[in-house]
Design a protein around this ligand. Sequence first.
Ligand code: NAD
Ligand code: DAU
Length: 335
Amino acid sequence: MKTILVTGGAGFIGSNLVQLLLRERPQWTVVNLDKLTYAGNAESLADLRSDPRHIFVRGDIANAELVEHLIRSHDVSAVLNLAAESHVDRSILGPGIFVETNVSGTQVLLEAARLSKVNRFVQISTDEVYGSLGKTGKFSEDSPLKPSSPYSASKTAADLLALSYGHTFGLDVVVTRCSNNYGPYQFPEKLIPLMIANALEGRKLPVYGDGQQIRDWIHVDDHCRAILAALEKGVKGEVYNIGSDNEWPNLSIVNRIIEMLGKGAIEYVKDRPGHDRRYAIDARKAHAQLGWSPQIPFAEGLQRTVDWYVENRGWWERVRTGEYRSYYERNYGAR
Ligand code: NAD
Ligand code: DAU
């Protein structure tokens, strides 16, 4: 029996991961530390409310005392660090909190893991650490790190801090760098859920610039399975790219969503400052060393995701609160 500390477990990937861990490893206990920022939602974990294997703690990963107490008192054997400020556009409007949570918060966790001699620390990083690609090629684990936004710069700092704790202190660290996730429980500020929710509410679908930027999409369950594989089979000190060989220009994604819903009108808006043009992941190392490969074809995963947002309108309507509306106005202008 193992106790795992998952941070950010009330967010999009975190809530899907906690469900998957308890499904796939029924003997495990998950301590879920989440600050419940605008992006965290306890409702996403409603199914686990009476499950004794899930211990939810509302708190900040940057709170050293709390983190050390949790690791020691629950005898945590591994940490999966997902807690982060995760939205590029918000990092352009206000970078400070990205440094506090993504950089300082990660360092606090690493220090606590080191002091408590945790067996493994998995840092959930991102392909955005590599910056942007031209028309050809893919990111490998050896590609240079060239983050473009305050978000990706803060994630790169966290990623390198994690590796430095391995190198300097011998902490058992594994880093995963995944491409764009989609699926249920994603906050409706990110491309796919934003387009679905706006179309369902009869709002315009804001496409940045020419809409020809390319992202490499992976279903969140495939990413979560990769995180579990990294925890169990990853080699100490190694970095694993995670991706699904599934590149699409933004405009084709938006058009597919319009087609699936039978409604929605595009509005071209001012481009994101410093917008990365293309991401593409070479995940061969994860296939070879983790024995992992993605299982969900995009057409099926996207249809399931659209259906989920249609069927769970209450979930995303409730998170479109006053805070969301004021962010929306600041990012897109009043409309
Ligand atoms: P999210 O914004 O949906 O969730 C982040 C969660 O972290 C929220 O529940 C929030 O309340 C919590 N949190 C924020 N600050 C915290 C703090 N100081 N202490 C404790 N909890 C805090 O993000 P997501 O899309 O689920 O991403 C999860 C992780 O995966 C992030 O580290 C992100 O960088 C990484 N990632 C995301 C993607 C993607 O496509 N979404 C791809 C690759 C990597
Ligand atoms: O690649 C992994 C990263 O993917 C993660 O590390 C980040 O946490 C996650 O947010 C995501 O970053 P992106 O910036 O790629 O995702 P986002 O959904 O914000 O945007 C996807 C693309 O769609 C991007 O090219 C910008 C564009 N876009 C986005 C929004 C919100 C639009 O054209 N209009 C929009 O309104």
